[in-house]
Design a protein around this ligand. Structure first.
Ligand SMILES: [Zn+2]
Ligand SMILES: [Zn+2]
Length: 297
């Protein structure tokens, strides 16, 4: 018997998500999800509303969050199913990550201004309303002004394959080496794992296949030695072969295996709601066992 589970859905509280929490719950009912969680980037802002809606949800709803981390120079995402989302050190860690993103965007905008673009951070903030500021969002506000579109540097931007002026602008100015590049302060994988464990959550590596050239069995063994307890082997990004590979890695390293779509709405149109290759029937029991072990270890 299989279970239909998706532990990786983004709401509009994510920097790049689209759907509201009630819309996600309505769709979860419609498609018959049995176990699910909203895992927003570096915020638990959706969870209060989610747990209220979960009272009438026929399946099981789990607390979760997707934390942006770095390990040996590589950016990765860590999920935290079953975490206590009121835990103070966890909230502090998430706030710190969000603040580092705000600082990065302030510096990006300041650099553009110094280059002669007509742009201020408060304009970007106001233009976006409640939505978090991102690099492409800055680009779209800059490009909404005619004077900026005529800036001398605009001719130097190579047209990319994205067919999106915002993305071309983003790549030219904001990537390392770009004239408005700003580094972001990051949190280490080990620190995030320790924080999630201390908050009673199960640290799970998200979509390992996106970094498959780095995340092999040896790498994963190292992460497990830091306290990693699970791996999202079933991801909408993974081919069947990649799923099988990470299920096998998980089995050999004694990690819990989870499934997640990474649904974002229209910002990732290729990922459909509930689009998980498979979900292990025993997933929830495994996660709960891990949680016990984390709590008593
Ligand atoms: Zn992710
Ligand atoms: Zn995600």
């Amino acid at each position: 018997m299989k279970v239909f589970a998706d532990l990786h859905i983004h709401s509009h509280h994510s920097s790049d998500g689209e759907w509201s929490v009630p819309r996600i719950f309505a769709q979860a009912r419609r498609v018959g999800l049995e176990v699910f969680s909203i895992s927003d980037h570096d915020t638990v802002a959706a969870l209060e509303e989610a747990f209220t809606l979960a009272e009438d949800f026929p399946g099981e709803y789990l607390a979760n969050v997707e934390i942006s981390v770095r390990h040996q120079g590589v950016g990765l995402h860590l999920l935290a199913p079953l975490v206590d989302w009121h835990d103070r050190p966890l909230l502090d860690l998430l706030a710190r990550i969000r603040l580092s993103r705000v600082r990065q965007n302030e510096i990006r905008v300041g650099r553009l201004h110094a280059l002669g673009f007509d742009i201020h951070y408060h304009e970007v903030r106001e233009a976006l309303g409640p939505v978090p500021v991102t690099g492409p969002a800055i680009a779209s506000v800059v490009l909404s002004k005619r004077a900026n579109r005529n800036h001398a540097l605009m001719d130097r931007i190579p047209a990319g394959s994205a067919h999106s002026p915002e993305i071309d602008f983003y790549k030219f100015f904001f990537l390392p080496g770009g004239a408005a590049y700003a580094a972001k302060e990051t949190v280490s994988l080990s620190r995030a794992i320790a924080t999630v464990r201390a908050a009673g959550g199960v640290p799970v590596l998200a979509h390992p296949g996106l970094k498959r050239d780095v995340v092999d069995e040896e790498w994963t063994r190292g992460a497990r030695d830091l306290g990693l307890e699970g791996i999202e082997a079933y991801s909408s990004y993974h081919t069947e072969e990649t799923c099988r590979y990470y299920v096998e890695v998980g089995r050999r390293l004694d990690l819990a295996v989870t499934s997640g779509s990474d649904f974002h709405g229209r910002l990732k149109p290729h990922v459909a709601f509930g689009d998980v290759p498979e979900s292990p029937a025993e997933m929830l029991d495994r996660l709960k066992e891990r949680r016990q072990r984390v709590a008593h270890g």
